[in-house]
Design a protein around this ligand. Structure first.
Ligand SMILES: NC(=O)C1=CN([C@@H]2O[C@H](COP(=O)(O)OP(=O)(O)OC[C@H]3O[C@@H](n4cnc5c(N)ncnc54)[C@H](OP(=O)(O)O)[C@@H]3O)[C@@H](O)[C@H]2O)C=CC1
Ligand SMILES: CC(=O)N[C@@H](CCC(=O)OP(=O)(O)O)C(=O)O
Length: 346
């Protein structure tokens, strides 16, 4: 049994971590970190936790926390983890950071897209990008894991097999993505008010969204060359879920069986990635509250393009579920422990 602390336990991603870790056989939560609710009972922030959690919220003192737990999750705004971490802390505990602080290897790219100065660039090189299905062996050895973004997880896993096999032209890739509102966090923002989101759909961050360089970097590693792509996110009136539809020109003629075999090659033995049957398009409802990634594709013979599709729950595989999956690998637990969640429907 290991002890865990969550800095940012009162946010949506942190709250989802609590839900998942309460059902994990090998973990006991010791620290419910907060900024606004210090000394308040955690269940008073989330009444769904009434009679399940009796602890009070604590501060974000990572040094004190490092003496009490084996693993720290930081589910906090961009910049916070980088401002708290140091060598002494990392010599005592493992950290899974759900923010973007250690995802991008080039600190200049981080500072340009996030508009903040990185407070501990010396740990960027060491941090492992925690997309478990692609970096499993490195995650097992890591002290510091950069948990991927929600849009990025879905986009990369949807396109990765065809990029890796050189079956699509990188310069033609366009990723259209849609997210539920929980992706924007629990903080009050006018854009996320009921009247702004309900019965509405809108693109945002067009040509400027900060997940673009993260997707480009990771697909660039797969392609073995720099990637430059269009990524357009949309906000849709649902609580959870990300749906990705990605378009690219094929480098050669390929039929259904050829492309299917490529997806099978990379994902055929992955528990959390489900390659759907021919002509079945992923839906967010089919993965809701689970750690699954549903993927599929369709070849458009008229345009010689392939259309790749993927769906995840942004709070599970896009955040807390993936963080638990990473922790399982880092501590040598069964990778699926605490994560064999059956999707909710309807
Ligand atoms: N929501 C999602 O789908 C996903 C989120 N993420 C990432 O996870 C992180 C958290 O996101 P999310 O849960 O959505 O955000 P929320 O706004 O819902 O939660 C933010 C959390 O951080 C805490 N916090 C804020 N500022 C500080 C501070 N200065 N010191 C300590 N704690 C602080 C808040 O505490 P309090 O409420 O007590 O003030 C709260 O617990 C972000 O980096 C986000 O990018 C990643 C993938 C998906
Ligand atoms: C719907 C919505 O607003 N989504 C957030 C992204 C989700 C997130 O939390 O960002 P990271 O994955 O980088 O941590 C956004 O577009 O900024």
């Amino acid at each position: 049994m290991i002890k865990a602390g969550i800095i940012g336990a009162t946010g949506y991603a942190g709250g989802e971590l609590v839900r998942l870790l309460l059902n994990h056989k090998e973990v006991e939560i010791k620290w419910y970190g907060s900024r606004s609710y210090i000394d308040k009972k955690y269940y008073e922030v989330y009444q769904n936790m009434f009679k399940l959690v009796d602890d009070k919220c604590m501060d974000d003192n990572m040094e004190a926390l490092a003496d009490e737990v084996d693993v720290i999750f930081t589910a906090t705004p961009q910049g916070l983890c980088a401002s708290l971490v140091n060598e002494e802390i990392l010599s005592k505990v493992k950290i899974v950071d759900l923010s973007a602080d250690f995802r991008l290897k080039d600190v200049k790219v981080y500072e340009e897209w996030y508009k903040i100065q990185h407070k501990s660039p010396s740990f960027i090189e060491e941090a492992v990008y925690g997309l478990c299905e692609l970096n499993r062996e490195d995650v097992k050895k890591a002290r510091l894991v950069a948990n991927p973004g929600c849009y990025t997880t879905c986009s990369i896993l949807t396109c990765y097999p065809l990029v890796k096999e050189g079956l699509i032209r990188p310069e033609t890739l366009i990723i259209d993505a849609k997210s539920g509102t929980s992706g924007a966090g629990r903080g009050a923002k006018i854009d996320n008010l009921y009247c702004e989101v309900n019965e509405n759909i809108k693109a945002y961050g067009v040509a400027t969204h900060r997940h673009t360089p993260e997707i480009e970097e990771q697909l660039g590693y797969a392609a073995g060359r720099a990637f430059c792509l269009n990524f357009t996110p949309h906000l849709v009136p649902m609580n959870r879920g990300i749906l990705v539809t990605a378009y690219a020109s094929l480098t050669k003629d390929a039929d259904y069986d050829t492309i299917r075999a490529v997806y099978e090659k990379y994902y055929g033995s992955e528990y959390f990635i489900r390659i759907l049957d021919q002509d079945v398009c992923p839906q967010t409802k089919w993965v809701e509250s689970s750690n699954f990634v549903d993927v599929n594709f369709k070849i458009d013979k008229r345009t010689n393009r392939v259309i790749m599709m993927g769906a995840i729950d942004n709070l599970v595989k896009g955040a807390a579920g993936q963080a638990v999956q990473n922790m399982n690998l880092m501590f040598g637990f069964e990778e699926t422990e605490g994560l064999k969640l059956v999707p909710m429907f309807p």
